[in-house]
Design a binder for this molecule. Structure first.
Ligand SMILES: [Zn+2]
Length: 467
């Protein structure tokens, strides 16, 4: 009893502290609560596939009050007018597959996991223009629920935090390195991350427990990790998915083989966190994905960025300590030179991508950022967009895949497009991403919930102070 009362106090006090922090943020920001702000002259990429040249965006506090041609947006006389001619505004981005809490930019692992590092990771996302990040099955549930609740109650800064409960055979799930760290966080916090299911009935019982906590997403792993783990059997995942659907919980799946996808679709999964679009993505499977309205997260940067010396990319290194930049370069240089020929793989990717796009399957931005060391929040998302376009998407399609589509899939009704009534979450870019998707890097300003993120302050905090 006493313990529980203490916990409540800790929660209450941390909420009060958080609110205090936010009040001080708001005082220093430009957008006061009901202030009217008219942003004029920018190209508005709406997020639904349309664009308005020389548009007007009217904000009231944290909401979008008007959007359209200048003639259609009537700003009251007391609105502050800002001329953004030549700029492009896009909705803030969403990463539908990450793993927060483990990466602390000077080290990676369970030792970093906690509320402070989660908040740091969410700030990293915000810095890169992300309004929300979905942490896929690697967070202790009670801590994640508390952070989630506090964010909503206090209208917090930083990207919104979403998470899934994780399910796999007992003691398994994430890749072996990650698994060790997730289990360590479980033992450090005394909270549950991974719910093991050794039978259909255990799976159902775990789903009922997850439903009781109000968690709206479950991530399942269907992967034997090259023979090092047990693979979740169809009998068990069917029971899990059936029980979840009964309770309006969506099930997202980690799978490595396209051959597992038809049965997972038939069982009712909402989407795939690893695309496998280069292998086995035949027309029958694509038709089934479309028919069942499931989504695909290709998640290609996870492999690709390792083949690149990202320590040379100022878009990343501007916001990390010099020492980390150097070690990142050293780690890369110490690897054996890659001699593999990726030509055939690249062609297979392009073919799979083209067929998915032609079939109008929802391809969604997700990065797996944070699942392994040096795969960074936000940065990885911009890079994934480049890959989408290289493989055949138009820049407009790539932006839709990073805004309105993930918002729909994650139930983020106030995000994803520049539309009246939505939250004022957007990025002001110096150059047009419809000309070149790499222009999403030319970030002039990020607004989340109507408040401009102080990117210069974050950059200087992160680049000068090793954490
Ligand atoms: Zn993942």
């Amino acid at each position: 009893m006493k313990n529980r009362a203490n916990k409540k106090w800790v929660k209450f006090i941390s909420l009060v502290l958080l609110m205090g922090l936010l009040v001080s943020y708001e005082h220093s920001s430009t957008a006061q609560n009901n202030e009217l702000l008219l942003l004029e002259g920018a190209r508005l990429v709406i997020g639904d596939g349309t664009v308005i040249e020389n548009g007007s965006l009217l904000l009231e506090g944290n909401r979008i009050l008007g959007v359209g041609d200048p003639s259609s947006v009537n700003a009251p006389a007391n609105a502050t007018v800002i001329d953004l001619s030549g700029k492009t505004i896009i909705p803030a981005l969403i990463d539908a597959h990450g793993h927060l809490g483990y990466e602390a930019y000077t080290s990676w692992g369970s030792v970093n996991y906690g509320r402070a590092n989660l908040l740091d990771n969410l700030e990293r996302y915000a810095y890169y223009g992300f309004a929300a990040a979905f942490s896929a099955g690697s967070d202790p549930d009670d801590l994640a629920i508390e952070l989630n609740t506090d964010q909503q109650a206090a209208n917090a800064t930083g990207a919104r935090f979403l998470f899934a409960a994780g399910m796999a055979p007992p003691g398994q799930g994430p890749n072996n390195q990650f698994l060790t760290h997730a289990l360590a966080v479980e033992s450090d916090t005394g909270m549950t991350i991974l719910r093991g299911a050794a039978s259909a009935e255990q799976g159902r019982a775990a789903v009922r427990e997850i439903a009781g906590k109000g968690i709206p997403f479950i991530k399942i792993w269907v992967d034997d990790r090259g023979g090092s783990q047990e693979k979740l059997s169809p009998e068990i995942y069917r029971a899990i998915i059936d029980e979840a659907l009964e309770r309006n919980i969506e099930v997202f799946v980690h799978q490595q083989a396209a051959s597992d996808m038809p049965d997972l679709l038939d069982a009712g999964v909402s989407g795939f966190l690893h695309g496998r679009i280069e292998n086995g993505m035949d027309d029958t499977l694509i038709a089934q994905i479309k028919e069942q309205d499931a989504f695909i997260i290709p998640n290609l940067g996870l492999g690709e960025l390792r083949r690149e010396r990202i320590a040379d990319d100022a878009f990343l290194t501007d916001a990390i300590p010099q020492a980390v930049r150097e070690s990142l370069g050293n780690v890369f240089d110490a690897r054996p030179a890659r001699t593999a020929d990726f030509t055939a793989y690249e062609q297979a990717l392009r073919d799979g991508f083209a067929r998915l796009i032609a079939a109008d399957v929802d391809i969604i931005l997700g990065t797996d950022a944070g699942a392994v060391p040096n795969h960074y929040f936000g940065y990885a998302g911009h890079r994934e967009l480049e890959i989408f376009v290289r493989l055949g998407m138009t820049p407009m399609q790539a932006l839709v895949a990073a805004t309105s589509k993930p918002a729909q899939r994650l139930g983020l009704s106030e995000l994803g497009t520049l539309a009246v009534g939505k939250s004022a979450d957007f990025i002001v870019l110096d150059a047009n991403p419809l000309d070149n998707i790499r222009n999403t890097r030319t970030i002039s300003q990020v607004y989340l919930r109507g408040v401009e993120i102080d990117r210069a302050a974050l950059r200087s905090k992160w680049s000068t102070t090793p954490r």
